[in-house]
Structures are given as structure tokens and as C-alpha cells.
Ligand binder design. Structure first.
Ligand SMILES: *Cc1c(COP(=O)(O)O)cnc(C)c1O
Length: 455
């Protein structure tokens, strides 16, 4: 059934989601626009929901949907299992919230566009999205190649749970692309990494990885193909769009930069349409669906402010990185925007804002002076001082919100990573991770200086 055959009485205004549908004389969707404006306005008319008189998209808050006829219900169910048979992006048939619903669909559509993908499927958390992205790509006996330093729960997913389903993981240093060439084997199905790497901010060459994987895929059948999956949570689409470099799927924790205020949890997988049906079915059956009430604040507050928040946070991060680099208690600062960043050229090649300007992001990593034990003790003392006395800096995990957060990876977020792996992955005992917020930068510097001086 095509979109045209379906008169879809319930929930679709005349304009199609891509603006190419029957003309209503409203050409707003076709005008050239910057991503910055798109993130504020989204699509003025969308087939996803009839809200042509709302200025702000409504929260759809219905776990089930009225169907006009058994035929419409049947079309909806068939179309869900086999999306090719019905164009849901023009005339969705909503059935049940876990399958698909309009508020979340608007969010998915907008983030997909920002990442340069053609579809996005949103999950209840970043981990829900990561589990789905890996889950749809592997079968029993397959292997995942991952960078040796990963978000702690991703590492746990790959080492503690995937082996139960017969899926093994191999950890290599993807900063060194030769290791990838050597590691790829007949059972490899996924290459998975974050860039910038959490928490050390090492960068992995997106174009370099996809070049190697493309050449390894030559002669492989579709079932044997290797897919590249990148966690783009740290940079957000505002600072980096991995799909432009040939990556197959991008995953995000929406909880971070895309929500931006620290109020919601969510995750998303973005990529080409060919992965959509498996992702929808995986989400339907494993059930980690993003609730409409969590999708709405991200759509209405998070995305419209993404660019302006990250611009400000990036300016602050640069000032903070320079301040720390000159501080007598600090051994080393890692910030992709500094000239002494070891991969400065690569940073400039792949971290760019929507206008193509260099966009090194809002994360800073730094290491305190002293041997491992002393640096570790000082880092503890510093974060404890922050916890008790700082005004603008908060001791907390997470990142990408308007408040500046500090955490100590070796004893907090990356504590599950075994000590040898921490050492190999350059997670220093005295390392600290700053997720910079939008506060007045001089206030942040004052808080950091005081905590450093007292540690
Ligand atoms: C937070 C985070 C995740 C997990 O996301 P949740 O929303 O907490 O499930 C994955 N990757 C990175 C890089 C993160 O920072």
C-alpha cells in the first residue's frame, strides 16, 4: 500500500514529512535554512502529527491509539513488521506507544536530520540504544572489535552480556589504525568506538576506520559485512557528524548534550533507512522505548538550544583548558582545541560545527602532578573540596548540561575497567574529567583554582 492509497483520516496533515507531498501552498519547508534554525523550528508541517495550530509541538500522551477500521489496524501491523510495504514517514499509522508515537517520532526525525542520517530510532537510555545498535548486527559466533577504552557500561555490555549470546569482543587501540587492519577476521561484524574517547579525549580517525572497513568488506556477502558504529555522545552532532565519514550507525546518549539540562534520559541510533526495520523490531521486542514524556523536553528545550549551549560551553572549555595548562598543580591538559593537543590535525579534520568551523567541544581532561599514588590522592582531595565548597562546579558523573560537572574516572565512571586496561587506555589515577557548562567562566576558574590550591 502506498501513501497515496491511504486516506489516513486520523493524524496526518496534507504536507508530507519531507515537504515533498501534495502542495498546500505552504513552502516554508522548502526554503534553504541553517541547521541552527532547523533545530529551533523543526518541520513547520509534519505528517507525524496534526499540530498545524500549535507553536510548540504537543506531548502526545496516549499509550494506545484509536483505529478507524480493522483494515487500518491490519495495515498498521503489517507495515510495522515490514516497513517497506507502507511509507510510515508520510502517513504513520500509530497503534501502541512502544511501537511508534508522534512526539518521539518528531524528535527522531530532527536528530536524524542533524546527524545527516535518514532515520533515527530513540530508546529509553543511551545504553538501550547501544544494546540495540550492536544487537541488530550480530549473531551467535560473531565478533565485535572495540576500542580498548569505552564508556563503562558499554564495556560491561560487551564483556559481561554479549558472550552469553555467543558474541565475543576484541579490544584494540583504534588510535593506531594498523591494529584494526590486523584485528579484522572472518567473524568480525562490528567495529565500535567513541571519539573523542571517554574520558581521555583521544580521537579515532573516522575516515581512516571506514576506509579500512570498506576494503575489508570487499567480496563479503551482506550477512558477512562489517558495520562501523560510533558513539557520538561527547561531540554531539553540533561538533561532529560521523555519518559524513562513512560510518554506518551513530549512537547517542540523549541524556547528555542533546537533552542539555540534565532532566531526561534517552538514547538514539541514527543511520540510513536500511537499518530502520531491524531497529524498530528490536525496540518493540526488547522494549527499551523512549517515553513521549521524556522525548518532549528534549525536542522542545534540548534541540533548540543545542547550538547556543555548546557554543558557549566550548568557549568556556577553551578558557578553562588554557588556565589548567598554566596551573602549577596540573601535569597535563587534554583538550582537542589546544595547539598542543597530540592529534590537533585530526581534530580539525573531523570536529566541525554545522557551518564547518572547528568545534572541539565542551569536555576537558586533565591530570594532576605527582607519581600515580600522589596524583590519585590529590585528585581525590580536589573533587572532595569541590563537593564541599564549589559553587559553579558539581561533583557528579554525566556531562553535556548547563552546569559544569567534574568527576574522577579512575575511581568513578571507569572503576569497572580492570587496572591493567585502565593503564593501557591511559586512564590516569590522577585524571579528572570536566564537562563544562554555560556559567560565567571566571566563576568556574575561581572554583577550580581554589580546589587545586587546597589539594
Ligand atoms: C552516558 C553515556 C552513555 C550511556 O547513556 P545513558 O543515557 O546513561 O544510558 C554511553 N556513552 C557515553 C559516551 C556516555 O557518556
Amino acid at each position: 500500500m502506498s501513501a497515496k492509497d491511504n486516506d489516513n483520516p486520523g493524524n496526518s496533515p496534507p504536507d508530507a514529512v519531507d515537504g515533498s507531498g501534495a502542495s498546500s501552498g505552504d513552502t516554508r519547508d522548502n526554503r534553504p535554512r541553517s541547521m541552527r534554525s532547523f533545530l529551533v523550528h523543526g518541520r513547520p508541517r509534519t505528517g507525524l502529527w496534526d499540530f498545524s495550530h500549535h507553536v510548540v509541538p504537543p506531548i502526545s500522551s496516549s499509550s494506545t491509539f484509536r483505529l478507524e477500521s480493522s483494515e487500518r489496524g491490519a495495515t498498521g501491523f503489517c507495515g510495522f513488521a515490514e516497513p517497506a510495504t507502507h511509507d510510515f514517514h508520510k502517513t504513520p499509522i500509530y497503534i501502541y506507544e512502544r511501537l511508534d508515537e508522534p512526539t518521539r517520532a518528531m524528535l527522531e526525525d530532527q536528530i536524524a536530520e542533524a546527524e545527516g542520517g535518514s532515520m533515527g530510532i530513540a530508546f529509553a537510555s543511551g545504553m538501550g540504544a547501544i544494546a540495540a545498535a550492536v544487537g541488530i548486527l550480530v549473531h551467535h559466533g560473531d565478533e565485535v572489535i572495540a576500542h580498548r577504552t569505552l564508556y563503562g557500561c558499554t564495556y560491561s555490555l560487551l564483556t559481561n552480556w554479549m558472550p552469553r549470546f555467543g558474541v565475543s569482543s576484541k579490544y584494540i587501540d583504534l588510535v593506531n589504525l594498523n591494529e584494526l587492519e590486523e584485528a579484522i577476521g572472518p567473524k568480525t561484524r562490528v567495529v565500535y568506538f567513541e571519539t573523542p574517547v571517554n574520558p581521555t579525549l583521544d580521537l579515532i580517525d573516522l575516515a581512516g576506520v571506514t576506509r579500512i572497513v570498506k576494503s575489508a568488506n570487499r567480496g563479503r556477502s551482506p550477512e558477512e559485512r562489517i558495520h562501523v558504529v560510533v558513539d557520538n555522545t561527547f561531540a554531539s552532532p553540533r561538533c561532529q557528524r560521523p555519518l559524513e565519514f562513512g560510518v554506518n550507525l551513530v549512537v547517542h546518549s540523549l541524556t547528555k548534550n542533546l537533552c542539555g539540562f540534565g532532566t531526561e534520559m534517552g538514547g538514539i541510533v541514527v543511520g540510513p533507512r536500511s537499518y530502520e526495520s531491524d531497529l524498530l523490531l528490536f525496540r518493540k521486542d526488547f522494549g527499551a522505548t523512549l517515553a513521549s514524556k521524556a522525548a518532549w523536553p528534549i525536542l522542545v528545550y534540548g534541540l533548540p538550544t543545542l547550538d547556543i549551549r555548546m557554543k558557549r560551553e566550548q568557549e568556556n572549555a577553551r578558557r578553562i583548558a588554557d588556565f589548567l595548562a598554566d596551573h602549577p598543580k596540573v601535569a597535563r591538559v587534554v583538550y582537542p582545541g589546544r595547539d598542543d593537543f597530540p592529534q590537533a590535525d585530526l581534530a580539525r579534520r573531523q570536529m566541525k560545527d554545522f557551518d564547518g568551523n572547528f568545534a572541539p567541544g565542551n569536555m576537558v581532561y586533565f591530570v594532576l602532578k605527582g607519581d600515580d599514588q600522589e596524583a590519585w590522592r590529590r585528585a581525590r582531595a580536589m573533587v572532595d573540596h569541590v563537593a564541599k565548597h564549589a559553587y559553579t562546579v558539581t561533583l557528579a558523573v554525566s556531562l553535556g548540561q548547563v552546569r559544569t560537572l567534574i568527576e574522577m574516572p579512575s575511581s568513578m565512571t571507569h572503576a569497572v575497567v580492570p587496572e591493567e586496561a585502565q593503564v593501557a587506555g591511559h586512564i590516569d589515577p590522577g585524571g579528572l574529567r570536566l564537562a563544562v557548562g554555560v556559567e560565567e567562566v571566571d566563576d568556574i576558574l575561581l572554583d577550580l583554582d581554589e580546589a587545586l590550591t587546597k589539594s
